[in-house]
Write a protein that binds this ligand. Structure first.
Ligand SMILES: [Fe+2]
Length: 291
């Protein structure tokens, strides 16, 4: 299956339902947290049905735990498949991480060691997930705060190898690249330049919190200036890639998040003025970026 270009969207948050249902604002698409709607019935599903009549959506999960050593949760996959049948999302995504082990859910997106063993393990599981869902998925790079001594390759190579060997797509979170690059001292540009253009089908943008010695991916701020700059470089490299804004804490009025998506679109238009962005141009990014 192909992953269409949906434009510039927002993460759908219940706080904004009244405004969305009232005025059907100009937003290209919504990204929907899968688990919030994996319920038998009731208000959430009714809301989503109404919203889906007006907007394209993509499903974004947080519980797949594709990197765990626990068996994949077949009941979770069944419910996700059911949700996808009902709402026909443009695609389904989750994170390249693990969220629990031994039956315990740690409710966090935890990093993997970047080893050949972990690579083979995750590739096997992505294949199982894609077979179960009957479609290819996107996997997202998470922000991390520690690294494993065992790792034998950088994160960008691990992510690339997963996508190539499992034939899945990549949801590239530009803010997560920036946060992890700061926390671990690598170049965010080197990361962006190493990811194969044909695998990237969505970008995430979000705001982090500056904790002094490290950056924390809190999704409670506007997108930072340096992240916008990195996004602009990513647009030059990857071309037209569907983008969504994530804002999960201290959620502001709808217009504020909508303005972030509008800003993403402005940058896209400025970057691609006069060219055909859908060609997924691989122009070399300028080397003026400094983290
Ligand atoms: Fe993200």
């Amino acid at each position: 299956m192909s992953f269409p270009f949906l434009g510039f969207g927002l993460g759908l948050r219940p706080k904004h339902y009244p405004q969305i249902l009232d005025v059907w604002p100009a937003v290209d698409w919504f990204e929907v947290i899968s688990e919030n709607f994996m319920v038998p019935g009731g208000r959430p599903l009714h809301m989503l049905e109404r919203i889906r009549e007006h907007y394209p959506i993509a499903l974004h999960g947080v519980s797949l735990s594709v990197g765990s050593t626990d068996p994949l949760d077949s009941e979770y996959l069944r419910r996700l498949r059911e949700l996808a049948c009902r709402f026909a999302p443009a695609w389904i995504s989750d994170h390249l991480c693990w969220t629990g082990v031994g039956g315990h859910n740690l409710h966090d997106l935890l990093p993997l060691p970047y080893t050949e063993e972990a690579l083979a393990h995750v590739v096997r599981r992505v294949n199982q997930v894609q077979e179960s869902l009957g479609r290819r998925i996107l996997l997202e790079n998470v922000s991390t705060y520690l690294e494993f001594r065992h790792s034998v390759m950088p994160e960008w190579e691990f992510l690339t190898q997963i996508a190539e060997r499992a034939d899945c797509g990549i949801l590239l979170d530009i803010n997560n690249i920036f946060v992890s690059a700061f926390n671990h001292g690598f170049s965010p540009l080197e990361y962006v330049e190493a990811i194969p253009t044909h695998r990237v089908h969505q970008f995430h943008l979000a705001g982090y919190s500056d904790k002094g010695s490290f950056l924390h991916d809190t999704h409670d701020h506007p997108v930072a200036g340096a992240v916008w700059q990195l996004y602009s470089h990513a647009l030059r490299r990857f071309g037209a890639v569907s983008t969504s804004i994530e804002w999960d804490d201290h959620i502001p009025p709808f217009a504020v998040v909508q303005a972030e998506a509008a800003h993403a679109k402005q940058i896209f238009e400025a970057v691609h003025a006069g060219s055909d962005p859908r060609s997924n141009a691989t122009a070399v990014v300028e080397a003026d970026y400094r983290a």
